[in-house]
Design a protein around this ligand. Structure first.
Ligand code: NAP
Length: 492
């Protein structure tokens, strides 16, 4: 797989490549360019040089290219679904849903052409106005994760391009294929050269260089909190604007009056969607004592009946790589050695043939954790969850808020008072009440605390890619400077 720089597909400066493995089988899947600083410079220069021309096109012409790219992706969607299943291990239905999400986002953002407005504000005296325009930042770097490798690219590319920015996409080394597919479709849709660039390379090797580049004005990154913090430090050298969508630790709350069947279905989705590798995944389960035994009996049976294996046919696929599998296994072994009890799962399934080398783990539920334990405080990012019994509302709200992360949260109850109380007091960017996610294109996906900064989606998300510029205009024909004596200028 090659880089796409200034309208050309090319190898990295020295031709070096990196390898990507299939998470379901451990087999080599593809090779990609191991980019160097020179490749970054070339991509940033191309984006920088093409900015003014792209901006001059106007949002309607820009949106037409986004619509066309959407059409091309739609026509070839089966290929993108297959890439998602191979490189990420997504089961087929989830790959299909992700492609639906890509198409939805491209449509949603393209529709914002002609809708970007500014303000005219009156000045402090007559015949004065202040024009407030929204203008793009310039060169945007989009750094994407592996868990939704196509949707995250679309969600960054479309608003950045529609608003007139030029872009360099740096996908996760674990999932370059879906990003490359989308970039190809944009290129085929008529993207002028230089406006959209794509480079692969280890974040730990080229990441600092790209985010510190003086020609980069905005960095939009979805990934872990640790990487987000590093980007923040490095980008401070140029005061680049940051959109950081980072880790999560969603509480899933089931109150005593919840519709148990609905809560159970939603819990299954919130925990085991994408093998638990989602920033909005349920990561802590709080169940009211009155229904605890009933709910947990059903949840345990449900988790045990999820079929894990070949993502083409199973209910749940693998984790993304060996490190992710080992990370989840460590949460389980630490919990067991800490005296907690495994209700379901707890180990890799025994699979035959090529899948025996994949990074699979059984859906796992652990009972007996304390609120301050690792399992309730650290992001697991796998199909593992701890459960805790709760008895009163204050305790529920306190536990839910007790996290360094603040992205998604879920509440199942029929109690209107509790719904309104939670809406006010749960300090998370998203509260899903009696429903599953994920976030909608017209919602603003944002997090509190260590989940990051700014947000994506909705007009608020689009405006993250625009800077407000102020033009002061005086048409009175007079310039009054009270702090200067008039005779300073007489006779001049
Ligand atoms: P990650 O390891 O932080 O990587 C994310 C991206 O950052 C990858 O493209 C990575 O490249 C790149 N990167 C790594 N080091 C870098 C550096 N020093 N400078 C610049 N870029 C660098 O995260 P991940 O494991 O891919 O994703 C999982 C995390 O993403 C979880 O914490 C999850 O909660 C979070 N997430 C959040 C949201 C949200 O909307 N809040 C959505 C999805 C995921 P390489 O792959 O080459 O290392």
């Amino acid at each position: 797989m090659k880089n796409f720089i200034d309208g050309e597909w090319k190898a990295s400066e020295d031709g070096e490549e990196m390898e990507k493995y299939n998470p379901s089988t451990g087999e080599l899947l593809e090779k990609m360019a191991a980019s160097k600083k020179a490749d970054v410079d070339e991509a940033v220069d191309a984006a920088y040089e093409s900015f003014q021309k792209w901006l001059s096109l106007g949002s309607v012409a820009r949106s037409k290219i986004i619509y066309r790219a959407k059409e091309l992706i739609q026509q070839d969607r089966a290929a993108l679904e297959a890439i998602l299943t191979k490189e990420n291990g997504k089961i087929r239905v989830e790959a299909r849903q992700e492609v639906d999400g890509v198409l939805d986002q491209l449509q949603y953002y393209a529709e914002f052409a002609r809708k970007i407005t500014g303000d005219v504000v009156e000045g402090d005296s007559s015949r004065r106005h202040i024009y407030q325009y929204k203008i793009p930042y310039g060169v945007v770097v989009a750094i994407t994760p592996w868990n939704f490798p196509a949707a995250m690219v679309a969600r960054k590319l479309a608003p950045a391009l529609l608003t007139g920015n030029t872009v360099i996409v740096k996908p996760s080394t674990d999932t370059p294929g879906s990003a490359e597919f989308i970039v190809r479709k944009f290129a085929d849709a008529g993207m002028p050269k230089g406006v959209l660039n794509f480079i692969t390379g280890k974040g730990s090797e080229i990441g600092d260089y790209i985010v510190m580049h003086p020609k980069v004005s905005l960095i939009t990154m979805t990934g872990s909190t640790a990487t987000g913090q590093r980007i923040m430090q490095k980008a401070s050298g140029n005061m680049a604007k940051l959109i950081l969508e980072l880790g999560g630790k969603a509480p899933f709350m089931v109150w005593k009056d919840a519709n148990i069947q609905n809560a159970l279905k939603a819990f299954a989705w919130a925990k085991f969607w994408n093998s638990g590798q989602s920033c909005i995944a349920a990561e802590r389960l709080y169940v009211h004592a009155d229904i605890y035994d009933t709910f947990m009996k059903k949840a345990t049976a449900m988790a045990k009946s999820i079929r894990v294996g070949d993502p083409e046919t199973a209910d749940m696929g693998p984790l993304i790589n060996r490190g992710a599998l080992e990370g989840s296994e460590k949460f389980i072994s630490d919990a067991v050695s800490g005296g907690m009890h495994v209700l379901a799962g707890g180990k890799p399934p025994s699979l035959q043939g090529k899948f025996s080398k994949g990074y699979f783990l059984e859906p796992t539920i652990i009972e007996g954790a304390e609120q301050n334990s690792e399992i309730f405080q650290e992001e697991i990012f796998g199909p593992v969850i701890g459960v805790k019994k709760v008895t009163d509302e204050d305790e529920l709200i306190e536990y839910a808020n007790n996290s360094r992360y603040g992205l998604a949260s879920y509440l199942f109850t029929e109690d209107q008072k509790l719904i309104f109380r939670a809406s006010d007091e749960i300090r998370f960017g998203e509260l899903y009440v009696n429903q599953i996610g994920p976030e909608a294109s017209q919602g603003y996906h944002t997090g509190f605390r260590m989940t990051g900064q700014a947000g994506e989606g909705s007009r608020y998300g689009i405006e993250e890619y625009l800077k407000l510029k102020n033009v002061y205009i005086d048409y009175s024909g007079k310039v009054v400077v009270e702090s200067m004596r008039d005779d300073l200028f007489s006779g001049l």
